[in-house]
Write a protein that binds this ligand. Structure first.
Ligand code: SAM
Length: 281
């Protein structure tokens, strides 16, 4: 029986057979831990349709194809066309779209998949250089995707999942947690990749809150406000707000109305408190 693509020996063989080298510019680090890849696919709530960003040589794609009715994978590196045609040939439920995920027509694809298969989830080992833009595209344009399960650099994952009053808690944590429950699933050591990156990774899962009262314009405004509150982390929220509003008086009035002490720093404020502060504005 053929080995899973994600085994170290098969990955090495595939790279050698096609004369491929992982391209740094595309953030290519291929997963070579078959159990981890299988577990990631199983935890992704991917039983209907799943979208993958960056299939590489197909290691995660293969496991997703085993759990999902349909896999749609976006890949930019055309040198992988022959490889994927070969490695994924045993599966008939995979569509590879040779396009940059950041410029694809995401809305049309999600609607099409929902109509054909039911729910749509996302599962990917993300190219590190575009982690944040990919996630924010999904956050803003696909509120109907209930689960996003992604492998990201450990320090980025920790910022998304950080609790209030910790060193990692910041605008990124508040933005993500306003929309999702963010859960760290498991750590991934650098040795699980070929080639090994300099940093460890983590798999995080975003589960969308079912109730969302802000429309997209309101969300944009809230996120701008949150960034302003965290602009200078060591300053009090009063100082940051005063700079943002251009008025100390107004900043004090908003803080008083929301019941927030003016000596508080933004990292001491929960998502709900920041939301209240924004609403008082
Ligand atoms: N999924 C494979 C794995 O886990 O072994 C490969 C993951 S690798 C970290 C990231 C993949 O994303 C690469 O195959 C890379 O070519 C692809 N990629 C990079 N930028 C992309 C983009 N803008 N849109 C789609 N895919 C992209």
């Amino acid at each position: 029986m053929t080995k899973w693509i994600a085994t170290p020996s098969r990955t090495k063989q595939i790279l050698a057979d096609y004369g491929l080298h992982a391209k740094k510019g595309y953030g290519q680090n291929f997963l070579v831990d078959p159990m981890l890849v299988e577990r990631c696919a199983q935890e992704a709530h991917a039983s209907d349709a799943v979208i993958e960003i960056g299939p590489g040589i197909g290691s995660l794609t293969e496991q997703l194809a085993r759990v999902a009715k349909h896999v749609t994978a976006y890949e930019v590196d055309h040198d992988l066309e022959k490889v994927l045609a070969d490695t994924l040939s045993p599966y008939d439920n995979i569509e590879i779209i040779w396009q940059d995920f950041l410029t694809c027509d995401l809305r049309a694809k999600v609607d099409e998949l929902k109509a054909k298969y039911g729910s749509v989830s996302v599962c990917a080992n993300l190219p590190y250089y575009i982690t944040t833009p990919v996630l924010f595209r999904l956050f803003e344009e696909a509120p109907d995707i209930p689960y996003i399960t992604v492998m990201v650099q450990k320090e980025v994952g920790e910022r998304f999942a950080a609790a209030v009053n910790t060193a990692d808690y910041g605008a990124l944590s508040v933005e993500a947690q306003t929309l999702y429950d963010v859960k760290k699933l498991f750590n991934v050591p650098a040795r699980s990749f070929n080639p090994s990156p300099n940093v460890d990774s983590v798999i995080i899962q975003f589960a969308r809150h079912s109730e969302q009262t802000m429309d997209s314009q309101d969300l944009q405004n809230f996120f701008t406000f949150v960034k302003a509150c965290f602009r200078q982390r060591r300053k009090t929220v009063y100082n940051n707000l005063r700079d943002y509003l251009g008025s100390g008086e107004q900043a004090l009035a908003v803080l008083a109305k929301a019941g927030v002490d003016q000596r508080t720093r933004a990292q001491e404020l929960s998502t709900e408190q920041l939301r209240k502060l924004y609403e008082c504005l």
